[in-house]
Design a protein around this ligand. Sequence first.
Ligand code: SAM
Length: 337
Amino acid sequence: MSTITTQPRAASADEAVLRTFDLLRAQNKSRIALAYHDHAPWSHDLLQRFASAGLACIIRGDGRPDPALASRSPVPVTTPRAAASGMCDGLVLDGREQWDFLFRAVEPLALGGVLMAPAEPWRVVPDRIREISKSDALRESPVVEYVECSGLRGHYAEFGTFWGRLFFHHHHLLRGWLRGNFFAFDSFAGLSAPLPDETRFTRGDFTPSAYAYNLPSFQLLAQLVGVDPARLVTIPGFYDQSLAGHNPSEYGLAPESISVCAIDCDLLEPTRHVLNFITPLLEPGALIYFDDWRLCRASPYVGERAAALAWLRDHPSFELIEFHRDRWAHQWFIFQK
Ligand SMILES: C[S@@+](CC[C@H](N)C(=O)[O-])C[C@H]1O[C@@H](n2cnc3c(N)ncnc32)[C@H](O)[C@@H]1O
């Protein structure tokens, strides 16, 4: 992938779409599609401009038919699943206000290896976060304040990154305070197989391959939102392959070198692999975050919390001391041993 610098804000959302076409073409993509969620925001003239810029097809994220758009579109209008059968190799995401839906909708294309880029990266990672100063991060975030006051200066590691909502946010807050690298461990192919209760207790949200975002798209977005490539380490693979049986030194991780660890891989089994892997890596006083501590009904048998309770039973000297939380499902802890 050629190097890309953080892009300045485009004059309009439509210009941003055209610019993202160019970006994907510069990455050698020739069949570029455009995805929206449920409301196509483009005029007829603009669609003609997209078509002459080489647009292959348009994808309606929610998968419903869009006869009004189809009647005026110069290219086919289709669903994520149909487009994933090889209709495109690059995808511009025009999410406007509906990013969360759109990232979820295009998972079949992520699994198909399509290179994806949001037209407006400054919307998915807001300017307020991308441009936050070291001192504002300290003032605003109890996590940063704890890291600073405690003299924690090592690595950040996240397990379960999807497109990077949490990863980029934490990176921007912590990059001035931590001196280590930012590690992204993910299958980059979505969830492994959940237990039946992990699907049931999330109303069907946790299914195999859900939350897929591929590695090249993650790396491209990292560049677009200003992550320093010299400090970004991506480790692809399902954890039973990438963590189990591996010595962390293979990935440049020394004992007690992780200062902040975020776990967001949702399920019991991968969280078990993560906790076993990080056992020698957490420095005393490190912060450990579980995105889904209370999801799955806070069950002691499934989900992230169940894995953590078993880990604590296996290591009686370990302590997780409750720290901050900003939403009901999340929980930060201070790790001690
Ligand atoms: C809910 S998403 C993470 C959301 C992300 N942290 C964010 O803020 O947008 C769960 C992530 O865990 C990853 N994951 C789940 N099971 C995994 C496994 N067994 N091995 C590796 N990654 C896994 C998925 O690929 C997905 O990216």
